[in-house]
Design a protein around this ligand. Structure first.
Ligand SMILES: C[S@@+](CC[C@H](N)C(=O)[O-])C[C@H]1O[C@@H](n2cnc3c(N)ncnc32)[C@H](O)[C@@H]1O
Length: 261
């Protein structure tokens, strides 16, 4: 680790002891949930229902892992798909720079094997069209259906069998039962050194009144599913450093790193 990186690691660790900073971040998070802050951002023109901090974390992970396949549950308007696809396109461009002049002459950015699969139970036609018309669309495959339907799981597993470095992001139905079933279906596809990112684990830490119109809430959410899954899956560990760095994140205990086969 170089000196700069050592200083970053030290600063991130110290965040944990800074009560004022942690309290301010928590207050900002709660207030910003009430104003639907996470609905205000776009990625290359498509709305992403995300906090900017988590989007940066995903970009850092994609650069670090260099996946050839990203599997995402929960498409909505497509912003997270476009974020992933655009990072895969950048990985392709960076690799193309090392090609010989002859190879570079036949390099076609549309031919990439790298791909994002997005699964959603309800892909609205206007969202589908906007994603299909987007310049990043050649790297995106959308599948409509429930992410825990066995036919959908089989389809995704078949596609994944042709890939080596796989990253998974779960952001669909946020109930305990659903996320646990998603973890059981897709986490095993994550390659060693890569991550399964489980969004909206923060629900466990939020006031119950905030979810009165939702089937999920404290005690029934992605974080409780992660905790249950990890009891029998020591091949994953929670990366605490990412949320400690972000401070504002929807995924505390949700960045799961695969450490062994
Ligand atoms: C929070 S949004 C996804 C946001 C998106 N990942 C982004 O960053 O912009 C949740 C999505 O999950 C989808 N969804 C809900 N239940 C589902 C299920 N059983 N299977 C797959 N998708 C589901 C919804 O239709 C909705 O589009």
């Amino acid at each position: 680790m170089n000196k700069f990186q050592e200083e970053v690691t030290k600063r991130i660790k110290e965040n944990n002891n800074n009560k004022l900073l942690l309290d301010s971040a928590n207050r900002f998070f709660t207030e910003s949930c009430l104003t639907k802050y996470s609905y205000n951002f776009t990625v290359l023109g498509r709305p992403a229902i995300q906090y900017p901090q988590d989007m940066i974390a995903i970009k850092e992970l994609i650069w670090q892992i260099k996946p050839d396949l990203i599997i995402e549950t929960g498409i909505a308007h497509g912003g997270s798909l476009i974020l992933s696809a655009s990072m895969l396109a950048l990985l392709d461009i960076c690799e193309a720079i090392t090609l010989s002049d002859d190879e570079a002459n036949v390099f076609n950015p549309k031919d990439s094997k790298r791909k994002v699969i997005g699964i959603d139970i309800d892909i609205r036609s206007h969202n589908r069209k906007a994603i299909e018309d987007h310049p990043m669309s050649s790297r995106i495959q959308m599948i409509q259906g429930s992410s825990i339907d066995h036919l959908i799981i089989e389809k995704v597993k078949n596609i994944a069998s042709g890939y080596k470095r796989i990253l998974v992001c779960l952001d669909s139905n946020h109930s305990h039962e659903h996320v646990l079933a998603e973890l059981q279906a897709y986490a095993q596809l994550v390659s060693v050194g890569s991550y399964c990112v489980v969004f909206d684990t923060i629900i466990e830490d939020m006031p119950i009144e905030m979810f009165s119109d939702r089937p999920w809430g404290p005690n029934n959410n992605p974080k409780t599913a992660v905790w249950e899954y990890l009891k029998t899956h020591p091949e994953f560990e929670i990366d605490k450093q990412i949320p400690n760095k972000l401070l504002i994140t929807v995924a505390p205990d949700g960045y799961l790193k695969r450490i062994t086969k």
